[in-house]
Design a protein around this ligand. Structure first.
Ligand code: DAH
Length: 351
């Protein structure tokens, strides 16, 4: 009997020698220690022995079991060590190798400009509002002192929303239009009934136009300030502050008389040319100045349309194109404004 047990230990030793992984080890464990394994069947035979023999053989059987268990535990440790080693090999990193940089994106130049413009005006207390991008004729034209059929409307080359079956594009406040400027924010803001107003509305705008300096979809920012005692001096101060913050401290602005239906007096705002320093005789500018956009003192009829009393309050407004403003900052980098919307990464990556 003793010999049979010794043989069993030897057999197990041999079997373990061939083991290379966990699955093989498990198979050996089941074969020798399992419920129907080699050791269990030897134990069964013990029942046939006499009491005296049983005592001795039982002791040997237990020692054999312990020995086999120890051998298997050792083999398990060995396999675990080997697994750890191959994992470390697999995960080995050369910390001195040059890294692989992820392709990092950034905001579109127009989004960057919008953020910058918003920040500049926020510094002097302008609150960001968002007037609708599709609005009623009343807010876009009529309340801004442009009655139906007024020729001034032609300047805006507006897209009107078409009526379709079951879908009306006309209401109490006229037809629905894709806003051709951001000035619709003016009367909408006055209607909120809270003074003073110091707002900036930056939004998409649409006009039927496409050439190197125009896209059918573009962006404008509209400023509006209304309170008691607001004058042209305030307007000039704000525009000058904006020009110096956005373009640089040595830039100047000038107001040139102009005509808009919704402001009186009205101005075109020019900024001194950054390329020639305002001297003129330069490829970029006309006589030292670049045209930025429109501005003026809010017309009494517009104040009235917004429910305000022109005898008590006054205000100024300005509305400029974001694309145009960006082009003026970047100079010759953008010689055709339409490239901003071509999704050409070679261009976008320069910002
Ligand atoms: N809305 C005008 C345009 O798109 C620009 C403009 C001119 C806005 C004068 C104003 C303003 O607020 O006061 O051409």
């Amino acid at each position: 009997m003793q010999e049979t047990f010794t043989q069993l230990i030897e057999q197990c030793k041999d079997a373990l020698k061939a083991v290379r992984d966990r699955a093989a080890l498990e198979a050996v464990e089941i074969k020798f220690l399992g419920r129907k394994g080699e050791l269990a069947s030897l134990m069964k035979q013990l029942a046939t022995l006499s009491d005296e023999e049983k005592k001795i053989a039982g002791k040997v059987a237990n020692e054999t079991k312990e020995k086999i268990e120890q051998m298997i535990a050792k083999a398990k440790e060995k396999i675990a060590r080997e697994e750890e080693k191959t994992r470390a090999d697999r995960e080995w990193v050369d910390v001195t190798a040059p890294g692989v940089f992820p392709n990092e994106g950034h905001l579109h130049p127009i989004s960057q400009a919008i953020q910058e413009i918003t920040d500049v005006f926020a510094q002097i207390g302008f609150v960001s509002v968002r007037a609708p991008e599709i609005d009623w004729d009343w807010y876009v034209f009529e309340s801004l002192n442009m009655p139906p059929d007024h020729p001034a409307r032609d300047d805006w080359e507006t897209f009107f929303i078409a009526e379709t079956k079951g879908q009306k594009a006309r209401g109490e406040k006229g037809r629905l239009v894709l806003t051709p400027h951001t000035s619709n924010a003016q009367v909408r803001e006055m209607e909120k009934g809270k003074l003073p107003i110091r707002m900036i509305n930056i939004n998409r705008t649409y006009r039927r136009q496409s050439d190197p300096s125009h896209t059918p979809m573009f962006h404008q920012f509209e400023g509006l300030v209304i309170d008691e005692g607001i004058t042209i001096a305030h307007l000039k101060g704000v525009l000058d502050y904006f020009a110096k913050s956005f373009f640089g401290p040595d830039r100047q602005i000038r107001l040139r008389p102009h005509h808009f239906r919704f402001t009186e007096p009205s101005f075109e705002v020019d900024i001194s040319c950054g390329a020639c320093g305002g001297k003129g005789a330069c490829r970029i500018c006309k006589a030292g100045w670049l045209e930025l956009g429109g501005a003026g003192m809010v017309h009494p009829n517009v104040l009235k349309a917004g429910g305000l009393d022109p005898e008590k309050v006054s205000g100024f407004a300005f509305g400029w194109g974001v694309e145009r403003t960006l082009v003026m900052k970047e100079g010759t980098k953008i010689d055709d404004i339409r490239i901003l919307y071509k999704n050409d990464l070679r261009f976008i990556k320069q910002f």
